[in-house]
Ligand binder design. Structure first.
Ligand code: COA
Length: 217
């Protein structure tokens, strides 16, 4: 029986006679089954925080924005919009209203330079990402790709690539020479996306090493 067939039977796990088999099916399903869109099912196993780095910002791959989309910078009052996008996009964590200020503070000039919004032709804002920074990442100043998100109907359509392309370029324009990001083991599309841009795993523990091996990305 394949994993998928077993996942399909998750609701009927009690069909399995052996308690050990039931536990195995549930464990497998919790690891592999993404929460349904729009739901906030907490993962059964806490995802592992992973970091990725790019040791320079040269030779960045270019992915032009497809026709019908444009990018704009942060405008005063975008905080709520940012929160809405994150809440819609993220099925793993529940973002709280204070998050924006916690992450970015309130310097509008800084945000105008560093935070981007992806906009459709009709004016609908469908994504965001920030070319942020950390003055003390392993003792050095690093650019940081931070809080990238697209609303669910726009995920999986290749729009992440032009967004990351511009964010990396922006970091370089702002004088950064290297960049990092934090993600999680549950964010496979994001990790694949970052790999396209030459970000490589920063392995700080045996747990992380094991997770990267399992991901095989
Ligand atoms: C992460 C995110 C920005 C990626 O943007 P995107 O436009 O959806 O990404 P793409 O369509 O370019 O896909 C990226 C890669 O993931 C792969 N992918 C997409 N969905 C996938 C899935 N469900 N499982 C495995 N891989 C998947 C794509 O095939 C692509 O890899 P490839 O180019 O090697 O084929 C977007 O999916 C998103 O907003 N996710 C929710 C929020 C989030 O996780 N943010 C990242 C925080 S670190």
């Amino acid at each position: 029986m394949t994993g998928l067939v077993e996942l399909g039977r998750l609701r009927h796990v009690e069909d399995y006679k052996s308690p050990a088999r039931q536990r195995t099916i549930l464990c497998y399903a919790r690891r592999k089954l993404a929460p349904a869109p729009g739901r906030m099912n907490p993962p059964a196993e806490p995802p592992i925080v992973l970091k990725m780095v790019r040791s320079d910002l040269e030779n960045l791959p270019e992915f032009p924005l497809p026709a019908g989309y444009r990018l704009r910078g942060y405008q005063r009052g975008d905080d709520e919009l940012w929160q809405r996008i994150q809440t819609a996009a993220d099925r793993l964590i529940q973002t709280k209203p204070a998050l924006f200020a916690e992450q970015f503070g309130s310097d509008a000039d800084l945000l105008r330079q560093r935070q981007l919004y992806l906009v459709e032709n009709d004016g609908e804002v469908i994504g965001t990402g920030t070319a942020w920074f950390n003055d003390d990442f392993q003792g050095r100043r690093f650019g940081r790709i931070h809080w990238v998100a697209l609303v669910p109907p726009c995920q999986g359509r290749g729009l992440g690539k032009p967004l990351i392309s511009v964010l990396c370029r922006r970091l370089r324009e702002l004088g950064h020479e290297q960049a990092y990001l934090s993600t999680s083991s549950a964010r496979v599309p994001a990790i694949r996306l970052y790999r396209h841009f030459g970000f490589v795993p920063l392995i700080e523990s045996e747990t992380q090493a094991a997770v990267w091996r399992e991901l095989g990305i």
